[in-house]
Design a binder for this molecule. Structure first.
Ligand code: SAM
Ligand code: SF4
Length: 333
């Protein structure tokens, strides 16, 4: 078997994109991501160390991974985050991050030194009070200013916005208008079910509804559909003469599994072959026992379902309520 085969699943999808969660901890408490009363954190001894993260990442890279995203929890609250970023930057990969933006200003020079060019920053409302309500913390100004700072410093910034009916769906156009004078890439994400996030189908703002709002506010000829790569999770658009773009991530109403190239590694060293998978494969224990982890990675990849961990229809999907999956904060979105 050639080295790269272990990351190819039974549907021929090549997994060249690894998302590593650095921590289960976070400095925000977003309602859609974690339960109000918090989560049971893994014992510290069960969290991958800096060296273990590098060893596992290197194995993936040796088998064909070309892109690594660091996520969490909030990846930047981990004490050795800077050290991990520097070390992973020595691998031949495109390195990137998903962050809530609260403390990114402290990492600008490190990002530059590490070759990080693109960052995803989460921001769900442009209204400071609403933002406080959704994140259960008050950091709106900080995050907003940090997004502007990142743009000024030359980073490509994608703004992740989870839409929820009756809460922030009236801000769709305001978010798109952010991309008028700033080269920002706004991404509307359909609200997804995870443990403890009170998901209901009727809270979700669908791809169809988002596009309908766009069409009610802009002239048809000004809405430009952009090309999406096969492995893109987004449907991308641009408003004519706007500097930035907007996109929709419709994991619920219009899954994009055909081109999926992602594998997730949780902070406690488990692989998830799909965001919606309720099963995981432990890499950390065998790694600590000195065993080879390649066969475990291969088994996990080969066990991947064609669509959304077997929930191939919206009906099947609606029947789950997230209880068979971790909270998003412990997966790493
Ligand atoms: N703390 C970082 C952040 O917020 O960007 C990284 C981790 S967070 C889990 C990664 C992404 O998952 C964020 O963009 C967040 O909005 C998204 N996310 C969390 N829970 C979600 C849910 N229930 N539905 C859709 N997206 C979700
Ligand atoms: Fe923290 Fe990100 Fe989850 Fe919000 S979405 S609670 S910032 S991990």
């Amino acid at each position: 078997m050639t080295k790269s085969n272990i990351l190819t699943d039974t549907f021929g999808r090549k997994h060249n994109y690894l998302r590593i969660s650095l921590t289960e901890r976070c400095n925000l408490r977003c309602t859609y991501c974690m339960p109000a009363d918090g989560i049971q954190l893994s014992p510290k001894a069960h969290i991958m160390t800096y060296e273990e993260i590098f060893t596992i990442a290197k194995q993936f890279v040796d088998h064909g991974v070309t892109k690594i995203r660091l996520t969490g929890g909030e990846p930047l609250v981990r004490k050795d985050a800077a050290q991990i970023i520097e070390k992973l930057a020595s691998l031949p990969v495109q390195l990137t991050l998903t962050t809530n933006g609260v403390i990114v200003d402290k990492f600008i020079e490190l990002f530059k030194k590490s070759g990080i060019k693109t960052l995803n920053v989460s921001l769900d409302s442009l209204d400071s009070q609403k933002n406080q309500k959704i994140t259960r913390r008050q950091y709106f100004e900080k995050v907003y200013n940090n997004i502007i700072l990142l743009v000024q410093e030359g980073f490509k910034v994608k703004v992740n916005c989870v839409l929820m009916k009756g809460f922030n769906d009236n801000e769709i156009i305001d978010f798109i208008n952010l991309s008028k004078d700033l080269p920002l890439h706004v991404r509307f994400i359909e609200f997804m079910p995870f443990d403890g996030n009170q998901w209901k189908m009727d809270k979700l703002v669908s791809l169809k509804e988002i596009l309908s709002e766009v069409h009610s506010n802009f002239k048809k000829e000004d809405i430009i559909k952009l090309e999406d790569a096969p492995s893109d999770t987004t449907k991308s658009y641009q408003i004519k003469n706007y500097q930035g773009t907007f996109a929709i991530i419709s994991s619920v109403t219009n899954p994009f599994c055909d081109g999926c190239n992602r594998v997730r590694l949780t902070a406690n060293g488990q692989i998830k072959n799909c965001l919606f998978s309720s099963t995981e494969s432990d890499l950390l224990t065998p790694l600590r026992e000195g065993k080879s982890i390649a066969p475990i990675i291969e088994k996990a990849v080969k066990g991947k379902f064609k669509i959304r961990s077997g929930m191939d229809t919206l009906d099947k999907f609606k029947r789950i309520d997230g209880h068979n999956n971790r909270s998003m904060i412990t997966i790493g979105g």
